[in-house]
Design a protein around this ligand. Structure first.
Ligand SMILES: C[S@@+](CC[C@H](N)C(=O)[O-])C[C@H]1O[C@@H](n2cnc3c(N)ncnc32)[C@H](O)[C@@H]1O
Length: 223
């Protein structure tokens, strides 16, 4: 991840996510949560929690579920903390070095963070390490235009020109939204992500694609 790319956009982050995704971001997160199937009594990790949309939704809908969110950006964590009275715990940490022992979480979820970590293989092996046998790892992420069908060109145009322009205009941080576009364009295809998840030790890895295939939810199970 580029140094501090998220810190300057915390104030407009949630609004722009919703605006630039035509309000689909909430639905995508809910789909990921429903695949995770959190239940009361479970301990869930949200890796790269950002402003806490996933962690807070899980805590709100599942009383007595313990949700722990990690993120290296203290401004994001502060924003998440301000947005909740729910039972969510916030820890400043990176996916590549999760400060928990092996097999403590019943489930792990991450939204739009895989393409931002510095070392994806290491991050996936950490997610696999901290989940209990039989627990799920669910990853929500954008799919690059190279893995698209007929809508590849309009999607690429949207990412290359419209998204950085509108994001830059509203946040006044054009670099952050240029980074966002480039990180999606350069990200791995669903087959490559699936292979890395399998390589990290997860079994039965499935890929679900939504909204004309621009978003994927990956789900694997710890053996
Ligand atoms: C696009 S935001 C996604 C936030 C949130 N999960 C959501 O659904 O909106 C990516 C987040 O990943 C965090 N991040 C960047 N590098 C990370 C790393 N190495 N480990 C964990 N989180 C990281 C950023 O600070 C940022 O909050």
């Amino acid at each position: 991840m580029e140094e501090n790319v998220f810190a300057p956009i915390v104030g407009t982050y949630d609004f722009l996510n919703s605006f630039l995704s035509f309000s689909q971001d909430r639905r995508w997160r809910r789909l990921a949560i429903s695949l995770l199937e959190p239940k009361p009594g479970m301990m869930i990790l949200d890796m790269g929690m950002g402003t806490g949309k996933i962690a807070l939704e899980i805590a709100r809908r599942n009383q007595a579920t313990t949700v722990i969110g990690i993120d290296p950006c203290c401004q994001m964590l502060q924003r998440a903390r301000n947005g909740t009275s729910e039972d969510v715990h916030f820890i400043m940490a990176q996916a590549e070095d999760i400060p928990f022992p092996d097999a403590v979480f019943d489930g792990v979820i991450t939204g739009f963070t895989l393409r931002n970590v510095t070392n994806l293989e290491r991050a996936l092996s950490e997610l696999t390490r901290v989940v209990k046998p039989g627990g799920k790892v669910v990853c929500l992420e954008f799919v690059p235009p190279s893995a698209q069908g007929v809508q590849r060109l309009p999607y690429r145009f949207y990412l290359s020109f419209i998204l950085p322009f509108i994001g830059g205009l509203i946040s006044r941080q054009r670099n952050a939204y240029t980074y966002l576009s480039e990180s999606i364009i350069k990200f791995l295809t669903p087959d490559e992500v699936k292979q890395l998840m399998e390589h990290s030790g997860l079994c039965n890895v499935r890929v679900h694609r939504f909204t004309m295939g621009i978003v994927a939810i990956y789900m694997g199970v710890s053996p």
